[in-house]
Design a protein around this ligand. Structure first.
Ligand code: DX5
Ligand code: ZN
Length: 219
């Protein structure tokens, strides 16, 4: 059985019961906590920032996987590190000097990922892959939870997997948006290493059990 990591997205959790939600994730089989930071400029939605991340870090026993959907992300790397981020992913579309951004994240002692929107070809990664710890492929247009998985993401994952193998890289492939119990097997089969799921976990009656169902998927 292929091992994969599951990163529940807190975007769909009950924010009024955040400590309980994190407690549930701590005792679950989830691997990372996925935090979606939106600024209302890069994406048409606003979520939360440093003060909330700092509180999450007080309770979480698992790595914080921070997905920045913001313009000029470099301004905040030190801040996010101080709040407890373990992994920071920045959008290719938001970074003019992506190589500098990735190196800065790593110099601060965090893992660094690059995110591609659905319309950005994986070929754009050719000259940045070697410095990345992870590539996050968006399988919906970023901004909202609960959207439908865009099907051509599967061929993007497969192309990226080939590229990673060709470069002999250890870069992980994370897939974010519209991931469900029903489609996760096909996503993993084409090469994904980390799955993000928000709605498919938190909109169920028993998220703890749903996480366990995800993790027991047989490939
Ligand atoms: C979308 C976010 C995702 C989102 C996924 O902009 O990056 O992480 O929370 O939510 P679901 O799994 O509901 O599509
Ligand atoms: Zn995300």
């Amino acid at each position: 059985m292929k091992n994969f990591l599951l990163a529940p997205s807190l975007l769909s959790c009950d924010f009024a019961n955040l400590a309980n939600e994190i407690g549930m994730l701590n005792k679950s089989e989830a691997d990372w906590l996925h935090l979606d930071i939106m600024d209302g400029v890069f994406v048409p939605n606003i979520t939360f920032g440093q003060p909330v991340i700092r509180q999450i870090k007080k309770y979480a026993t698992k790595p914080l996987d921070v997905h920045l959907m913001i313009v000029e992300p470099d301004r905040y790397f030190e801040d996010f590190k101080a709040c407890g981020a373990d992994i920071i992913s920045v959008h290719y579309e938001a970074c003019t000097h992506l190589n500098r951004s990735i190196n800065k994240i790593k110099e601060l002692g965090m893992k660094a990922g690059v995110v591609l929107n659905p319309h950005t070809p994986v070929a754009m990664l050719e000259n940045i892959l070697e410095v990345c710890d992870m590539v996050l492929l968006m399988s919906v247009n970023p901004g909202f939870g609960g959207q439908k998985f865009i099907d051509n993401s599967l061929s993007k994952i497969a192309t990226l997997k080939e590229m990673i193998e060709k470069h002999n890289s250890k870069c992980l492939i994370e897939v974010d948006g519209g991931v469900t119990i029903e489609n996760c097997r096909s996503i993993l089969n084409v090469g994904a290493d980390v799955l993000v799921a928000g709605n498919a976990i938190f909109a169920t009656a028993n998220p703890l059990q749903t996480i366990s169902e995800f993790k027991s998927i047989l490939l």
